[in-house]
Design a protein around this ligand. Structure first.
Ligand SMILES: Cc1cc2nc3c(=O)[nH]c(=O)nc-3n(C[C@H](O)[C@H](O)[C@H](O)COP(=O)(O)O)c2cc1C
Ligand code: SF4
Ligand code: FES
Length: 550
């Protein structure tokens, strides 16, 4: 058996390696930048480094998402001992110019390079707090040494060497961490249930299904910092007494699967996973399970059926997974972002986490910020930040001179927030009170060119297509709701159709078997609540005078 990795030795070796270079050029190779041509940028930067004879001076590092995806491809130059400079819109040509402008060269940087510098104090960055995304843009996700050099696996080492499993659960309780998968259930409470459960085997499952339209938070964390997710899983397993863990990832996230598989192999090689982790008595077997990409498979009971190799359909709860989970054994299921928070909480202390956010919603939340904004991308903000700050400061306001219309949080299970509620603090309770939910973190901002009944129809179509068909209210109800929305959106709907829409929506909400059906009418009801006038305007026999448009 290989010797356990000495984290101090790896960190020192990595720092020596980095210290050899006068400049490090970090090039984002995450999904949005790749779509904008970041592969060519990286190649151009590497070639230019060779051609300029800078190979000994300049280290080119492929990294994960730096956040401001709408300005991609992004690259950052980090001089040894100096302040980093971030560049946006770094095309291949700009990448070559960037290398030529590195301080070793005599001429001052051309405007083509300086024009691309992004201000580190711009509100997009200044409003953020990096906890889960602490390594974003700072490490090569494919090198375990990079993760270790940033303090990775230290929390696990601390836990194994000096904390009893209960201490870990108490630390999570003190941090106030709540599940980031949607419902905000207290993580420590769930872990306590698993720790108290008996049985020969217990399981931890990381839910990386993330099927909501517009969401790419968990995918990015899995791709860009896979060891953080593994360390979170290991800490969860140690705390709860689980000996086996699965990462459930949809097949479309091929790069996440590849990276996680490679990270698991590397961690095993160094005895950070597997038998007798870091020489302790704790052992953990982790593997990736690939889903076929059904939204319903993110629901925990459907997910378990899928992991077991069956068809991914939900079942009634109770029994809850902690009582009867995978193959009948006690199981805890946590969202990827929930687990990715754990190393930081144990490593930096629960107080550091609890100090961020509001009294009932601690810490940060990662959002995939999309839609009609100037700045879009992946953001991590303190809980309790207002929607206005996200839209106007982080997002830079509405693009193209248009006005804000609404923001959809929580994807197809969530709701829309209108302009008059822009000062709503983003926390679990306040969003729920508005008929929306935090969800796992998709945040779509819409401008005034969008028609809200169309938005409701879009999400209802999504739920209809993703319904597993097991129960009638959801299977047949979503079809009928789409039919009614079709009639209304095309100007053929009547006041009777609208009344039926509301009553059927209520029935689907109250009688569906799982969360998919129970929440499918949420976008419908929240658009009706805030934009009822838009529905009335579309009715053939509507009373437009009754409109209460938001
Ligand atoms: C239709 C549906 C889809 C879901 N999709 C996800 C998902 O993609 N990722 C996720 O973490 N939770 C998802 N959930 C919530 C999970 O069932 C579960 O509550 C969550 O993984 C628990 O983790 P947490 O306590 O860390 O939030 C979904 C729920 C429903 C009803
Ligand atoms: S609510 Fe929809 S997705 Fe859930 S079990 Fe019923 S048919 Fe399937
Ligand atoms: S993908 Fe490059 S900044 Fe987000």
């Amino acid at each position: 058996m290989a010797a356990a990795l000495d984290l101090d030795v790896v960190t020192a070796a990595e720092q020596t390696r980095r210290g050899r270079y006068r400049q490090r050029v970090m090039v984002c190779q995450s999904i949005s930048c790749l779509a904008a041509g970041a592969q060519a940028t990286r190649t151009a930067i590497e070639q230019a480094t060779d051609e300029e004879g800078l190979g000994h001076d300049v280290q080119v590092v492929p990294t994960g998402c730096m956040g401001l995806c709408s300005r991609g491809p992004l690259a950052q130059v980090v001089p040894r001992g100096g302040a980093p400079t971030l560049y946006g819109d770094v095309t291949a040509e700009a990448g070559r110019q960037l290398v030529a402008s590195l301080p070793r060269r005599a001429p001052p940087p051309p405007a083509a390079v300086t024009d691309r510098v992004l201000d580190p104090d711009m509100p997009f960055f200044a409003c953020q707090r990096r906890f889960v995304l602490a390594n974003a843009g700072r490490i090569d996700p494919e090198r375990i040494e990079d993760y270790v050099a940033e303090g990775g696996y230290r929390a696990m080492q601390t836990a194994l060497q000096s904390m009893a499993p209960d201490d870990v659960i108490e630390a999570i309780a003190a941090s106030g961490l709540r599940g980031r998968g949607g419902a905000g259930y207290p993580t420590a409470k769930k872990w306590r249930l698993l720790a108290a459960a008996g049985g020969e085997h217990k399981y931890v499952v990381a839910n990386g299904d993330e099927g909501d339209p517009g969401a790419f938070m968990d995918r990015t964390v899995m791709e860009d910092d896979p060891h953080r997710v593994l360390e979170g899983i290991a800490l969860a397993a140690y705390a709860t007494g689980a000996d086996r863990a699965f990462l459930y990832v949809r097949a479309e996230f091929a790069r996440a699967v590849e990276r996680l598989d490679a990270a698991i192999r590397a961690a095993r090689r160094h005895r950070l996973l597997g038998r007798r982790v870091l020489g302790s008595d704790f052992s953990l077997d982790v593997s990736v399970r690939i889903g076929a990409g059904a939204f319903v498979c993110g629901e925990e009971t459907a997910l378990m059926a899928s992991v077991e190799g069956g068809r991914g359909t939900p079942r009634l709860r109770p029994p809850y997974p902690t009582e009867q989970g995978l193959w009948g054994a006690p199981t805890v299921i946590n969202n990827v972002e929930t687990l990715a928070n754990v190393p930081g909480i144990i490593g930096r202390g629960p107080e550091a986490f609890a100090a961020i956010g509001t009294s009932a919603s601690n810490g940060t939340k990662v959002f995939a910020l999309a839609g009609s904004l100037v700045n879009t991308g992946l953001i991590e903000v303190p809980m309790g930040i207002t929607l206005r700050q996200i839209v106007e400061d982080v997002g830079g306001g509405i693009a193209g001179g248009r006005a804000f219309k609404a923001a959809q949080t929580g994807g197809p299970s969530g709701g829309c927030i209108p302009a008059e509620l822009l000062d709503t603090p983003m926390d679990y309770e306040r969003l729920q009170a508005l008929g929306s939910i935090m969800g796992s973190g998709g945040l779509i901002v819409m401008d005034d060119s969008v028609t809200m009944p169309e938005v409701a129809r879009y999400f209802m179509e999504f739920c209809r297509d993703e319904s597993c068909g097991k129960c009638v209210p959801c299977r047949a109800g979503t079809v009928q709701l789409v039919g009614l929305l079709d009639r209304i959106c095309t100007g053929a709907g009547t006041t009777r159709d609208l009344a039926q829409l509301e009553s059927l929506g209520q029935t689907v909400r109250e009688t569906s078997l799982c969360g998919l059906g129970q929440t499918a009418p949420n976008p419908l009801f929240s658009t009706l609540e805030h934009f009822r006038g838009e529905y009335l305007d579309l009715l053939v026999d509507g009373d437009t005078a009754g409109g209460e448009d938001g």
